[in-house]
Design a protein around this ligand. Structure first.
Ligand code: NAP
Ligand code: G4F
Length: 345
């Protein structure tokens, strides 16, 4: 399929289109008949990331969240009815190593984007990818839209700034700006450094005897894990309402990292205790111990609910990684064995 043209088609601009959520959202909007433009940054390798399979259906525009001129030009070129800001330095651990870059992309970048929209196309509707990480050291459980924030990482703090700027713009100007406070959501497209994908990918490598251990940090941390494909539908629904608002998106179930590990190993008939090794390198300077979301507001007002549960999510991810690793093994069997070493992420 080629990039769609048509006068009456709705136009969407997605930042972070090469990432996990950007790819699922692009698929969803294309299915709904949107023209989709995606913002991507220049890198030494041609990078479509998770949206590689959609590259002929999307109009890509080069821009960077830290470069306001490029954002202005991107909005002018895309002329979007809806804008989804998913771009971020999204890995919490890295935010301690690169706190300033994280603030510039995830915090100030949102300001730049909102200003650019106000200047170029103030009538377009705006979605900001806020996060349960803003609850941090949780002040109540479960967390709702009214729970006070207490971020515990440079990432959470930068995101909280972007969250409040999004609210401030709709309170200051006649702009339609929404924030989705999304709890952890995963998929086979999740980056390999995030704990769920690290687990399922390593389980597959253990199954195919490429490695013999899985090094992890805090196994007691609890997360409310859902499926990314379900969560992007909520983003779209938020921008179809009469008035802009903020919504918690979550499953309402929480599980420890240990639960995830146990389930993933069980799926391939192994006992996690024989393979998991505790490694200080993966402990956080300040941990978010528990996240559990109450998405009643979204369920009532948006009519949204998750379709995939925890067990289905783990199965989906392990199954896909078994396929991925099988292909890797088949491809590299004749040559370079280094690809099978223990990942250091
Ligand atoms: P992801 O896979 O890490 O994708 C992040 C995207 O942001 C990538 O496309 C990346 O492009 C882009 N990006 C990074 N820095 C940029 C910059 N300076 N300028 C332009 N683009 C930049 O993240 P995700 O899991 O899809 O998450 C999407 C959004 O939701 C993020 O804002 C994240 O913080 C937020 N969020 C995620 C979750 C979750 O559980 N997944 C929960 C709550 C909120 P490159 O490919 O070039 O690196
Ligand atoms: O998978 P994680 O790295 O995700 P985290 O930190 O919860 O952040 C994700 O969800 C947020 C929403 O709440 C998003 F905003 C954010 O962008 C990202 O998508 O870690 C989950 C938990 C943590 O408690 C961590 O300490 O797993 C624990 N963990 C234990 N061992 C590990 C490891 N995490 C990673 N990445 N690697 C480990 O080896």
């Amino acid at each position: 399929m080629k990039f769609r043209e048509g006068k009456d088609m709705k136009r969407a601009l997605i930042t972070g289109i090469t990432g996990q959520d950007g790819s699922y959202l692009a698929e969803h909007l294309l299915d709904l008949g949107y023209q989709v433009c995606g913002l991507r940054r220049r890198s030494s390798q041609l990078n479509y990331g998770c949206s590689e399979h959609l590259k002929d259906d999307i109009e890509f525009i080069y821009a960077d969240m830290t470069d306001m001129g490029s954002l202005i030009r991107a909005i002018d070129k895309a002329k979007p009815d809806e804008i989804y800001n998913l771009a971020a330095q999204s890995f919490v651990q890295t935010s301690w190593e690169q706190p300033i870059l994280t603030s510039q992309i995830d915090g100030i970048g949102v300001s730049k984007f909102l200003e650019a929209i106000r200047m170029v196309k103030p009538r377009s509707r705006f979605y900001q990818a806020s996060t349960s990480e803003m609850f941090g050291k949780v002040q109540e459980t479960p967390q709702t839209e009214k729970t006070p924030f207490y971020p515990r990482s440079p990432y959470g703090i930068a995101k909280l700034y972007g969250h409040w700027m999004t609210i401030n713009y709709r309170e200051s100007y006649p702009m339609f700006t929404c924030s989705g406070i999304l709890f952890n959501h995963e998929s086979p497209r999740r980056g390999l450094e995030f704990v769920t994908r690290k687990i399922t990918h390593t389980v597959a490598r253990i199954k195919y005897q490429q490695v013999n251990e899985l090094r992890l940090g805090n196994l007691d941390a609890k997360r409310d894990w859902g499926f990314a494909g379900d969560y992007v539908k909520a983003m779209h629904l938020m921008l179809q309402q009469e008035t802009p608002d903020d919504y918690v998106i979550a499953t309402g179930e929480t599980h420890t990292v240990r639960d995830f590990v146990e389930q993933a190993f069980k799926y391939v008939g192994l006992n996690y205790k024989d393979y998991v090794v505790s490694d200080q390198r993966f402990m956080r300077p300040a941990e978010v111990e528990i996240l559990l979301g109450d998405s009643s507001k979204a369920r009532k007002k948006l009519g949204w609910k998750p379709e995939i549960n925890f067990e289905q999510l783990v199965c989906m991810m392990v199954e896909e990684d078994l396929r991925v690793v099988y292909d890797e093994v088949a491809r590299f069997d004749h040559g370079n064995k280094r690809v099978y070493g223990q990942l250091s992420i």
